[in-house]
Design a protein around this ligand. Structure first.
Ligand SMILES: [Zn+2]
Length: 314
């Protein structure tokens, strides 16, 4: 999928966009729009036709709490992720769980995780659903997974050093805060870790090279959003030159946040995401609030899709 010719990807996106529109038509949040604008398949001939659809803000999303955005009957929902602080419930069907696993496996395999690796996931259960994604992704690859909390609000957080060293870990899935806690108790030269998977955050965007040099490991960035999938919606390859977008599962736009028109390639704007593949919930043109710049140039890794550079993290 990651090396699909662009024309075939666009065909797939267009087909999936039509299906997503059909799912969205039944939702209260979009009902008025579709009553005024009775769009049909013929109105969606390319991925760019997504601009015919309305934008969705976070406030509108939260207004639908708890189940106003569910697009399947409750018995088809097999998992619900709850972000209590925002009154956000994100549902998954069995297929959505598999889709999330596949996307996260791409990011982990693409940056070196293999079936003979041992990965430690040090994130709290309520940490925006990221741990679900990593757990499923590592499981798809066949890597060993160890779960550990993040230590709560303690100043020195994360797993203890003797625990980590005795397991001879290959990789860690964590946040910047946890990494700083881990390396305050473990000698930077005496660990087995090769890499860390970490969600885009402001501090790691600014200090990644410094951290990699200090801690003697590679830091691979990825991005997800709790209203979609907690991780694996965009991810780096070995070249660390922007995050490859998972464009078969989501449509990505970068808009001027004032005019809401597309910005020119390479210029910063707000990342806007439309569901293409999820079954349990469909969001159209959701405004993420993240500032990014698009890059369509080929990447040295051979992946054919577009990349984004994150200018601000969470
Ligand atoms: Zn690449």
């Amino acid at each position: 999928m990651e090396t699909l010719p662009p024309s075939e990807l666009r065909e797939l996106q267009t087909l999936r966009l039509r299906r997503a529109v059909e799912r969205a038509k039944g939702l209260p949040i979009y009902r008025k729009f579709f009553e005024k604008n009775p769009l049909s398949d013929a109105d969606f001939q390319s991925p760019e036709d997504v601009r015919r659809l309305p934008l969705t803000t976070e406030a509108q999303l939260l207004d639908q709490f708890p189940t106003g955005l569910w697009t399947v009957p409750r018995h088809e929902i097999t998992r619900v992720y709850s972000l209590g602080e925002k009154n956000l419930l994100t549902p998954y069907t069995r297929q959505d769980v598999q889709t999330q696993a596949d996307l996260t496996a791409r990011l982990m395999y693409g940056t070196g995780t293999r079936s003979n690796h041992f990965i430690l996931i040090s994130l709290e259960y309520d940490d925006t659903g990221i741990q679900f994604a990593y757990h499923c992704g590592a499981g798809s690859i066949g890597a060993g997974v160890i779960s550990h909390g993040d230590g709560g609000d303690e100043e020195v957080c994360g797993p203890p050093s003797d625990f980590m060293n005795s397991l001879n870990l290959n990789g860690l899935c964590a946040s910047t805060r946890i990494l700083k806690g881990v390396f305050s108790t473990i000698a930077c030269q005496s660990h087995s870790l090769d890499y860390v998977h970490i969600l885009v955050e402001d501090e790691v965007l600014k200090r990644r090279e410094e951290f990699e040099e200090l801690w003697k490991l590679k830091i691979w960035l990825n991005w997800g959003h709790p209203a979609f999938f907690g991780a694996g919606m965009a991810n780096e390859c070995f070249h660390q030159d922007g995050l490859h977008l998972q464009e078969d599962a989501f449509l990505f736009e970068i808009l001027n946040p004032e005019t809401l028109e597309p910005v020119e390639e390479g210029l910063p704007g707000e990342l806007v995401v439309t569901d293409l593949a999820r079954e349990a919930q469909t969001l159209l043109r959701f405004r993420t609030g993240m500032t990014c710049a698009m890059n369509s140039a080929p990447c040295a890794c051979g992946r054919t899709g577009r990349r984004v550079t994150f200018i601000s993290g969470k």
